[in-house]
Design a protein around this ligand. Structure first.
Ligand SMILES: NC(=O)c1ccc[n+]([C@@H]2O[C@H](COP(=O)([O-])OP(=O)(O)OC[C@H]3O[C@@H](n4cnc5c(N)ncnc54)[C@H](OP(=O)(O)O)[C@@H]3O)[C@@H](O)[C@H]2O)c1
Length: 274
């Protein structure tokens, strides 16, 4: 991979001690010349860098790399991208991973110099994956630029699938894909946790619930991101209300139908014609 590229690539990952930061450092370390873990705390950066066998940099020097990936909590993304993006060299690339794009992509785009490339990416997988083969990223309104192209090609050569979308398309899709899905599991958990007398339930666990439980565990571990998506996605309240309405209607067994399952499989398995 390194040999096909024209640019020497040094990547700094701000928030590189976090779950997604460490995952991406591990995935990209064999594909570029240098990976630097960046943290607010030098000790934490050194520790994570040692574990992954990569380099580290203090936060004040992160902007010197020709690619800077910002992988910090959603609410901190704009602030960190603005402060680093404004100091980056011409023709360098700023990437952020926020799971939500309303109020993030446009603001960052407008607050960094035009000479700095900017890529608003959303990895559609969590830190539990081993590699990016077959994994999806949404590139939100990507602009043209040499490093942007090389970075996206590097992900594709690693087996990743890139979907391009606008901010509105991304957040509308994520209101079903993430808000609805997570909320259904959160409400399922709230209901299940009321059955406190159900001691010994774990011995009855089906394969199917084992899969659901893994998702519940992921939501529990990523709570900060999950809660931010529920709070900040502009369509979230409407989606939660639809789920509440459907749940209420479905209490009468006569209203429980097989058809929505078929429709859901069709919607989620069929690629769009666009
Ligand atoms: N987790 C997922 O499943 C997932 C999936 C797709 C996209 N994402 C996105 O990826 C990003 C990171 O998520 P994550 O789950 O990896 O989070 P995380 O594990 O909490 O890591 C975030 C890192 O950001 C740093 N950080 C925390 N607060 C900060 C602040 N105020 N200023 C600067 N740095 C700060 C911390 O590093 P130091 O304390 O060492 O500075 C921390 O290690 C989020 O934008 C999220 O939306 C997450």
């Amino acid at each position: 991979m390194k040999s096909n590229r024209t640019n020497f690539i040094s990547i700094s990952i701000v928030g590189g001690t976090g779950r997604m930061g460490m995952l991406l450092a591990n995935i990209l370390k064999d594909k570029v010349e240098t990976i630097n873990i960046v943290s607010r705390d030098a000790g934490r950066a050194q520790e994570a860098a040692k574990e992954l066998n990569v380099s580290w940099l203090p936060l004040e020097k992160a902007h010197q790399s020709n690619i800077v990936i910002v992988s910090v909590p959603i609410q901190e993304t704009v602030k960190i991208c603005k402060s680093i993006g404004q100091k980056m060299h011409e023709q360098s690339l700023l990437v952020e991973f926020a799971s939500l794009k309303t109020g993030i992509t446009e603001i960052i785009k407008n607050s960094i110099p035009n000479s700095v490339e900017y890529l608003s990416l959303h990895p559609l997988f969590g830190p539990q994956v081993k590699d990016i083969t077959g994994k999806r990223f949404v590139a939100v309104e990507p602009t043209s630029g040499t490093l942007t192209t090389e970075f996206l090609e590097m992900l594709q050569e690693g087996g990743a699938l890139i979907k391009k979308a606008t901010v509105e398309e991304h957040d509308l899709a994520m209101s079903s894909i993430q808000v609805l899905h997570h909320f259904a599991l959160i409400t399922f958990s709230s209901a299940l946790s009321r059955f406190t007398e159900a001691n010994g339930l774990s011995e009855y666990l089906t394969e199917s619930l084992e899969k659901t439980l893994q998702n519940i565990q992921n939501i529990h571990e990523n709570w900060e991101t999950i809660y931010a998506i529920q709070s900040l996605n502009p369509n979230a309240q409407k989606v939660r209300e639809i789920l509440a309405e459907v749940t209420r209607q479905s209490i009468d067994v006569k209203n429980i139908a097989k058809e929505p399952l078929h429709k859901t499989i069709k919607i989620l398995r069929n690629p769009s014609k666009k």
